[in-house]
Design a binder for this molecule. Sequence first.
Ligand SMILES: C=C(O[C@@H]1C=C(C(=O)O)C=C[C@H]1O)C(=O)O
Length: 488
Amino acid sequence: MDSENPVLNNVKECFRQQISQIELKDAIDIVANQPVNKYHYLSVSIRIPKVDVLAVLEQHAPQKTFRYYWEKPSDEFAIAAGGQVERIQTTGDQRFREASTEGKKLLEKVHHLTKVQHHMASVHLLGGFSFFDHNIGQNWRDYGAGSFTLPEWLIINNGDLSLLTVTQKVKSGDRASDIYEQFVETINQLHEICSVEGYKIQKRPLFNSKVDTPGANSPAFKNWKESVENATELIKNEAFKKIVLARELKVQLQESVSDTHILNYLRSQYPDCYSFLVSQNGKSSFIGSTPERLASFKERHVLTEGLAGSISRGKTASEDAVLEHQLLHSHKDLSEHAFVLDAIGEHLEQYSEVYEYPEKPGIKKLSNVQHLYTPVHARIKKGVSRTEVLSRLHPTPAVGGYPREEAMPYISKLEHFDRGWYAAPIGWINTSGEGEFVVAIRSGLIKEDEVRFFAGCGIVEDSDPKKEWDETNLKFIPMLTALEHARR
Ligand SMILES: C=C(O[C@@H]1C=C(C(=O)O)C=C[C@H]1O)C(=O)O
């Protein structure tokens, strides 16, 4: 059998065909007999038959461990992963740099074995950062301020290709036969959760569950109005030019809800968005479906974007076109958007050999809302790391403020909740020099029978508290509808 073009029947066979017992044992020997500080982990990538990674994650039994999901249906790209082999955690104002250093050190200790010649057949670290440099609030304690996990297993769908990577820790002195058996056991478990014939179908709870967004007579609106008025006052007094203020909407449930059920709805309704899940240890899951890319990396090419300025979608084609026209000519929205592009330029251009973006913003349409949108392409200079780019870009004034240093301290003063990982960079990097990070908006934190959703909007000098309130309510809709759908 040609191992580069195997017949893909099932995971067990794929493993047998692509990695021989001798090769695996040799690789184990290499890792187990390395001097201290050399390899500590053995990772194997194989091609497998096409699977739905969200279904695999749903079938993944040990829920009390790391779980990760990432999918952008319009790109035909998806990742699911589970189990924790190793985790890097950083905090403080050097957290990006430390994550980079620690991440590199960790990846250098992985010995990778594969016959698949594809850039995604590589070792991946999955995780992200919190919005602020420190993240110690009770709800977000498990997430930390910077956290990247080397998972036990990871499945990637890239177009028609499905790849499985399994990684294991190897200590010097470990017996090759024991390590080998562990690999076989993991492959057997993955074989089970990738075999549709044996799938257990968990019903969605029957529950009348409509949750309305709070109206303008709620106590929450009073607080919001005060915060927005304080912010516009500060802007008039030239403390800063723009600030993004957000709200938390807490929903108490009568029963627990499945994160994968919510995500199944989100990915089908928002195929141009990135649907994601990060669960550090099964106690809670951070999920969402975000339209906003912070940065995607391919060698030295970086794609980022300005996404700020919002209006609702029309119910008819004509109404939609009129709203689009209004947004494209709204002085307030264009200025909110310009702050984002200015800031991206200030932080990225000096590190780039090529830096380009269209002169005027276009429109990104989602099913409930449309935004001003400008894609930015840069080729970064040699030696500038991916995490350095992220640390410069985050937070853009689409979720932070402008100028950043002036506006940032006011966010926690004016908001009434803990942002945690909301509006923060989450994503993945791999050993092929690729990676992608999104801004974790249109998101929520699920904890047993309690859900917190987050939504924010840019405040400039002439912002009206009621209009901004309505805009945040509009941004809650995707998550609220998905929750409703998951419990019907
Ligand atoms: C902050 C959010 O969205 C951001 C703010 C926008 C705006 O103010 O117009 C638009 C898109 C996002 O960059 C959110 O959805 O929570």
